[in-house]
Design a protein around this ligand. Structure first.
Ligand code: GTQ
Length: 347
């Protein structure tokens, strides 16, 4: 599969001749196309929140959320510079909304998740409903849903954005429009979605076409409670500690069709067994401190730092304090396309 093809003057002349006809010889590129295992330009990396925060406050003085439409610093993978990608299939950024600001209403075919890093009580509105956000909340903006963000508190609000921008780009399926107003009209009270769909109960005749969860804010208090209750049984997975998957209550599938999201507890002193999987994953610790070894590199993290594990690279995590890690990846897509693979070492 991976043998070098000899170059001869006759072959080189042939390749040049067919290139003019928009043809090329498979045998010259086969080894790069069909690799024995994933070979990604995506590199492991960690972004310190303190550093991002300082630059975002600087950006806050340079441009308003309204003028920028979204005031975001993109987390660019060092192996994918200039492409606005944190992995080959996913985009990530950190968004800042200053007190009194509004990020105006728009909608697009890209799906978005927000993972709240700092601030309490700023809101996002999705499809006619507002939700207040606080650190650790996981909030969804489904494909083509109108959304605007506002901050009526007196503190800046920071969150991590995760979008499937590179996937939509790959499929050439991007549509977007502005509403032409800062804020969309509200048609339902805050908490309405959670009340209807967030309690293991569903409206009896619910018919839904969307593949995205109707629960659009998964509050951190509920996530933390689920992890805390489960830890009582002390059933630690050697590779993951205690790892939960956010779900769409209507289908039991992932909460979003293109992005899988997870919450994970690592107790103080826990060191995971090595693990690798095809879904490159973005991690955001929200509590605790520790270290992760990714391939040959070690990254030390604390609350709100963000790090990325590329496809098929060995990873281990070690927690110095009880730690909670939020993470997201393109796993739902891998699984639906029968491409997902994982390797638990010997664990
Ligand atoms: O908040 O709607 O980071 O449209 C990138 C594109 C955030 C958003 C991003 C977006 C948004």
């Amino acid at each position: 599969m991976d043998h070098a093809i000899q170059k001869t003057p006759e072959r080189e002349a042939f390749y040049r001749k067919i290139d003019g006809e928009n043809l090329s010889a498979l045998w010259t590129v086969m080894g790069d196309l069909i690799t024995p295992q994933p070979k990604s330009p995506c590199r492991p990396h960690l972004w310190s929140f303190d550093l991002i925060r300082a630059y975002m406050m600087e950006a806050g003085k340079l441009i308003t959320a309204k003028e920028a439409e979204r005031r975001v610093l993109i987390l660019e993978n060092p192996g994918l510079k200039g492409q606005s990608k944190i992995t080959t299939s996913l985009y990530a950024g950190v968004q800042l909304v200053m007190p009194g600001e509004v990020a105006p209403a728009h909608r697009h075919s890209q799906s978005a998740l927000r993972f709240i890093l700092e601030g309490k009580g700023a809101h996002t509105a999705v499809d006619g409903e507002r939700t207040d956000m606080e650190p650790g909340d996981f909030v969804i903006t489904p494909s083509m849903a109108w959304h605007d963000h506002g901050n009526e508190t007196d503190e800046p609000m920071f969150w991590l954005d995760g979008l499937d921008i590179p996937m939509v780009q790959f499929f050439d399926a991007s549509f977007a429009e502005g509403l032409g107003a800062d804020e969309q009209p509200l048609s339902r009270p805050p908490g309405d979605s959670y009340a209807r769909y967030g309690h293991n109960l569903l409206p009896v005749d619910l018919k839904r076409n969307s593949k995205t969860s109707p629960v659009f804010n998964y509050p951190y208090v509920r996530t933390r409670e689920a992890l805390e209750q489960a830890r009582k049984h002390n059933e630690w997975d050697p590779c993951h500690g205690l790892k939960l998957r956010y779900t769409n209550p209507v289908t039991g599938d992932f909460a979003m069709p293109t992005i899988g999201t997870f919450a994970q507890l690592l107790p103080k002193g826990f060191k995971t067994a090595r693990y690798r999987s095809t879904d490159a994953t973005v991690f955001a610790p929200i509590e605790g401190r520790g270290r992760s070894r990714i391939g040959e590199e070690t990254f030390t993290w604390g609350p709100r730092d963000i790090f990325v594990v590329p496809s098929w690279q060995w990873v281990t995590h070690e927690a110095d304090e009880d730690a909670v890690l939020f993470s997201f990846s393109d796993r739902p897509v891998h699984q639906k396309l029968d491409l997902f693979r994982e390797d638990r070492g010997n664990a």
